[in-house]
Design a protein. Sequence first.
Length: 126
Amino acid sequence: MDIKVGRRKASVARAFIKAGTGEITINGKPYTSYFGLAYLQNKVENPLKLSDSADKFDVEVNVFGGGMKGQADAIAMAIARALVADNEEKRPALKKAKLMRRDARVVERKKTGLRKARKREQYSKR
């Protein structure tokens, strides 16, 4: 099976699934040690749980860029795409959970003369 890509913010994840026992490896580490926070671990497990494939596939992921939350979202999307490539019948459940759509929100750039993207300089009367 070919590699499926997921993206979120500045993160890019490539997922490869094969028949197995449900082991998830991210950059050579188990996903529980890669993501210390439970809600990020749940985000990564979510596509497998929704498609009833949690103990049927081994997932190997290569991810880079961005922060931990962006990486977790990118991994979830990559796994969802790989599961749909394996079995098209899983698509409706994953689509309903919004795992098949790329979240295009990114950080807005800073503009000249402002403190941040939209925050103004503080007004001084005197």
